[in-house]
Design a protein around this ligand. Structure first.
Ligand SMILES: Nc1ncnc2c1ncn2[C@@H]1O[C@H](COP(=O)(O)OP(=O)(O)O)[C@@H](O)[C@H]1O
Ligand SMILES: [Mg+2]
Length: 366
């Protein structure tokens, strides 16, 4: 079993707490992403899983086995770093076969495995070339091949493509996902790029400041963010946020904009929760730009009155920036939508798409 369980994992570097108290379980054969801004503790987490870094406290299990005291070389973990680690004076084939030779695998078996890996990574034609002469893209493929050929049950990749050019990165995303489906390894992929995480992973662990913010499928992370950090970090353009207070009129709850007059009905369930928590004065309404429409007439659902102040034609779509009271919002509109600057707009949306967060903790209310 190659599930990975982190139990209250913590890492301190003197006064810096890199990882606070991480409890997280990756399933056997899962493609998981560890996503968060630079410095949030992703690499430290990976280094603890591989054993390169010893945790300050907490436990790591592979399956049912506690691996805290098992040295890195014996954990059966493959690791690919951001900076390709290859032998530049050796051929591609020698690089890929290096670990197998160290483990005294028979030459015929080595040849076969190297060929298999080369085929998966499309390195067949380069096997006899000097690895130091390859493009950076191909060097990183060799680094992946070197780890992959050992068939680790657990494969950790720490921002492996961030130094590579965009088209190759895009290509490798698809390839890596395909390879993982084939090998059924437990793969953890570290990235600060939400698109990369969303496009590849079965589940995403979102981190900030050494803390886990949410662990879920791309759909859950996108559609049911646990807090304002996740809501803001995932999606481009980001979710719109409007400071609001709850007001009850004839039994119906409304979120009333603080810096303006926008008014949004909410369901009974959330109104009761807000009242129970006694946080009605300090709420944040969140709505994604793609669920808003801007028209000169209300367009069904709820409609707020606003004004266009900036229009970004992006080819496949248009981003319309509007002011609603004191809040600046973004709307993803069809490509041919080009409202005039300064024009009055009705911003319409289905209130089912509204998220409500507590201002203090940032936690969602649902
Ligand atoms: N060896 C180290 N010594 C001191 N501080 C470190 C060390 N490694 C990481 N840190 C700190 O721990 C925090 C998390 O770092 P890291 O895990 O590398 O983040 P990420 O990979 O998400 O960018 C940062 O504040 C970083 O400066
Ligand atoms: Mg890192």
């Amino acid at each position: 079993m190659s599930s990975i369980r982190l139990d209250n994992l913590r890492k301190e570097f003197k006064e810096v707490v890199a990882v606070t108290s991480l409890t997280l379980e990756f399933a056997d054969g899962e493609f998981a992403a560890l996503l968060g801004p630079s410095g949030c503790g992703k690499s430290t987490t990976m280094n603890m899983i591989s054993g390169l870094e010893q945790q300050t406290s907490g436990d790591i299990y592979f399956g049912d086995k506690l691996v805290n005291d098992i040295p890195p070389g014996e954990r059966g973990v493959g690791f690919v770093f951001q900076n390709y680690a290859i032998f530049t004076h050796m051929s591609v084939a020698d690089n890929i076969s290096f670990g197998l030779k160290v483990h005294k695998v028979a030459p015929e078996a080595i040849r076969q495995k190297v060929n298999e890996v080369a085929e998966l990574l499309q390195l067949q034609k380069m096997l006899n070339q000097n690895a130091g002469r390859l493009s950076i893209n191909d060097m990183q493929k060799v680094a992946i091949g070197r780890s992959m050929v050992m068939e680790p049950r657990i494969f950790l990749l720490d921002e492996p493509f961030s130094n590579l050019d965009a088209s190759f990165r895009f290509y490798m995303r698809g390839e890596l996902k395909r390879i993982q489906r084939e090998t059924k390894q437990t793969m953890i992929y570290v990235t600060h790029d939400q698109v990369e995480a969303m496009s590849m992973a079965d589940r995403i662990a979102v981190m900030d400041f050494g803390n886990l913010q949410q662990f879920g499928t791309p759909d859950q992370i996108y559609n049911q963010p646990a807090n304002t950090f996740v809501a803001n970090f995932i999606g481009s353009p980001s979710m719109n946020f409007v400071d609001c207070a709850l007001r009850e009129e004839d039994g119906q709850g409304y979120l009333i904009q603080k810096g303006g007059e926008a008014k949004t009905p909410i369901d009974d369930k959330r109104m009761r929760l807000i009242q129970q928590k006694n946080v009605g004065d300090d709420l944040i309404l969140g709505i994604r730009p793609e669920y808003l429409s801007a028209r000169d007439q209300p367009n069904g659902g709820v409609a707020w009155s606003g004004e266009t102040y900036f229009v970004e034609p992006l080819g496949s779509k248009t981003i319309i920036h509007v002011h609603v009271g004191e809040d600046a919002l973004q709307i993803v509109a069809p490509a041919d939508d080009r409202p005039d600057i300064g024009a009055g707009q009705w911003i319409s949306f289905d209130p089912d798409y509204v998220h409500v967060f507590e201002t203090g903790s940032g936690e969602v209310i649902r």
